[in-house]
Design a protein around this ligand. Structure first.
Ligand code: CA
Length: 252
């Protein structure tokens, strides 16, 4: 129904090839909001995206869409322009800039003006109906990757601030004097904040090898990192979970 791959330009074909190559697969935790009133398209998107491992919420009119887009936490929004109640452009204008979720617009073939207006209102990309599902997937992966990279250049946990670009870490105003390995360990834990990270995972990611985890190199590095990360009067952030690993989080 919606396959028009033969009409696509070279760049799009490359993007689709990348997506098909599954070097980029859906992050199973990704949540997508589809705001679209055509039942056929909604069902097609819901089925396709669910099969790819995405979680999908849908809204079939503008007001429900606006409500979900404002209240819900989504990794991306697929937004139709022509909607009953409130059109897609108005939704975009209402949610930007407070909601920075990437938005992929769906537009009609001859709707150049609404595409331009959509970009001005803060859309990240668009697709012309009818569209190929693989192209949609490829574009979705590009816009979500872009925001994820942006997000991950700084991590904040309590008063801990990690700047992943300049490779520096601070607690409040105090700069942590970390070695490369200590910083790498902190980064691995911080990117998985709130989750237990096992010694095996740490050795693979920090030392890039799989050595015998009985060795105490992980413990020794954790100990050094902890001594620099936590002074006596600061809340503890790096916790040991006996027999399982380590977790970085602020406990109240
Ligand atoms: Ca529509």
């Amino acid at each position: 129904m919606m396959c028009i791959t033969q009409h696509l330009d070279r760049k799009t074909k490359i993007m689709i090839a990348l997506a098909q190559n599954t070097s980029i697969t859906a992050d199973t935790s990704m949540k997508i909001l589809v705001i679209e009133d055509e039942t056929k398209t909604v069902n097609y998107l819901r089925q396709g995206l669910t099969e790819q491992g995405y979680q999908v919420d849908t809204a079939s009119n503008g007001l429900d869409g606006l409500h979900l887009a404002t209240e819900g936490e989504y990794d991306a929004i697929i937004l139709d322009i022509m909607l009953p109640g409130l059109d897609g452009i108005s939704i975009l204008k209402s949610i930007r800039p407070s909601v920075s979720t990437p938005v992929l617009m769906l537009t009609a073939k001859d709707a150049l003006n609404s595409r331009l207006e959509g970009f001005r209102a803060g859309a990240d990309d668009y697709l012309i109906k009818p569209f190929s599902f693989l192209e949609l997937l490829a574009r979705l992966q590009v816009i979500t990757r872009r925001t994820r990279t942006k997000e991950e250049s700084h991590i904040y946990i309590g008063d801990l601030h990690i700047d992943l670009l300049s490779r520096r870490a601070f607690r409040g105003k105090r700069r942590l004097d970390l070695t490369a390995k200590e910083f790498a360990l902190l980064e691995v834990l911080a990117k998985r904040r709130g989750q237990i990270v096992s010694k095996t995972v740490i050795t693979e990611l920090v030392w890039d090898i799989c050595f015998d985890t009985n060795t105490n190199v992980v413990e020794a590095t954790v100990k050094r990192l902890r001594s620099k990360l936590e002074t006596d009067d600061e809340p503890k952030l790096l916790h040991t979970i006996r027999g399982m690993g380590y977790i970085l989080e602020l406990r109240k």
